[in-house]
Design a protein around this ligand. Structure first.
Ligand SMILES: NC(=O)c1ccc[n+]([C@@H]2O[C@H](COP(=O)([O-])OP(=O)(O)OC[C@H]3O[C@@H](n4cnc5c(N)ncnc54)[C@H](OP(=O)(O)O)[C@@H]3O)[C@@H](O)[C@H]2O)c1
Length: 324
């Protein structure tokens, strides 16, 4: 059995990784919990302490991965990293087990977990790619506060409380504007392109994970006052003619997808669940055979981060790519 460390164990992703490892009964020999400093049951991360583990999950921001991952990889450990540090490196796979498990090789040791919004999008779009090809994707997102970590969640809750009690609302620190009773059309810093960081990640990582480097992807990413789970409205063009019925059958069959043929699905419905939920599949207009629209939602702490990382570990174990 392998030993596993979680760096960032006190954060919203790290604590979800610990929960998912237990829920899915992943056969691990021991689990070490690390954060930036020690407190009850959690150790301070250090190169020496992490060296003892076969698999190290990073859920601690870019700094922790950059600091510790290179030496761990050097000595043959497996690194499953939730930060964006290594995602776009050509020699590194970016894996959603239901979508592109075929890219994993026995000698890979570094597995970045992709951007949460991109994972939810690609899980929803893989059945479309496989049924009718994909030419173009436009997406507007509705992203939860906990996507910005515990600080983001706390900032929303403090703003909501102040709004209800009539007290002065705290100044925004994590978000570029107050999030309670608001929506914010900016996630991450603005880039020279006019897109913000999250929008560029969604574009680049979607192309990489779907294996479609020339796919046109344009995203508008929006923070909304939801605690957990991201939702996305997606307009897409296929390569070949298809129909709502054919796409519905593909969503029904797709691993990791729950398809709703009728009605809606909301972030509160999917919070705490592992699948990506797809609903409201329809033609863009009554004559469309290549232009469609859908709504999808997924818990970004689970499928968008922790669950996807744990599934990568399960895949390595199942293929015999991991020895203690
Ligand atoms: N939140 C999401 O929905 C989401 C989704 C996908 C990916 N991610 C990525 O996952 C990572 C964790 O995000 P989060 O949202 O869970 O953040 P978070 O709630 O702010 O938690 C951050 C965790 O990292 C620890 N940490 C920070 N710097 C560290 C260092 N230098 N060494 C060791 N531990 C350190 C913190 O420890 P202390 O408590 O000691 O400060 C805390 O446990 C980030 O890279 C984020 O981009 C997040």
């Amino acid at each position: 059995m392998v030993s596993v460390a979680v760096v960032g164990a006190t954060g919203v992703v790290g604590e979800t990784i610990l929960r998912v490892l237990e829920e899915r009964r992943v056969p691990v020999e021991r689990v070490g919990k690390f954060a930036s400093r020690a407190r009850n049951g959690v150790e301070a991360a250090s190169a020496d302490a992490l060296r003892e583990f076969d698999v190290v999950f990073f859920a601690g921001g870019e700094d922790a991965s950059e600091t510790y991952a290179p030496a761990l990889l050097e000595r043959g450990a497996v690194v499953i990293d939730n930060s964006s540090t290594f995602r776009m490196r050509d020699d590194v796979p970016l894996v959603i087990p239901e979508v592109n498990a075929n890219v994993v090789r026995g000698d890979h040791r570094l597995f970045p977990v992709a951007n949460c919004t991109a994972i939810i999008l690609c899980t929803a779009l893989a059945p479309v790619r496989d049924t009718a090809g994909l030419r173009c994707v436009r997406v507007a997102t509705y992203q939860a506060a906990s996507g910005a970590g515990r600080a983001g969640l706390d900032e929303l809750i403090a703003g909501e409380r102040a709004a209800v009690s009539g007290e002065a609302e705290p100044e925004p620190k994590t978000f570029p504007a107050r999030l309670a009773r608001n929506v914010i059309p900016q996630v991450g810093r603005f880039e020279a392109s006019g897109y913000c960081g999250e929008e560029e990640k969604v574009r680049d990582e979607t192309r990489k994970m779907l294996g479609l480097p020339a796919l046109l992807v344009s995203a508008t990413t929006v923070r909304v006052p939801v605690r957990t789970a991201h939702s996305e409205a997606v307009w897409f063009e296929t390569e070949r003619d298809t129909s709502v019925e054919e796409l519905a059958a593909a969503f029904d069959r797709a691993p990791g997808v729950v398809f709703h043929s009728e009605g809606i699905v909301t972030p509160r419905d999917v919070e705490g669940r592992d699948a990506v939920h797809v609903a409201r599949v329809r033609r863009e207009d009554e004559t469309s055979k290549r232009h469609f629209v859908l709504w999808c939602a997924g818990d970004q702490l689970r499928k968008g981060a922790a669950t996807n990382g744990v599934q990568i570990l399960e895949l390595l174990l199942a293929r015999g790519f991991l020895q203690s």
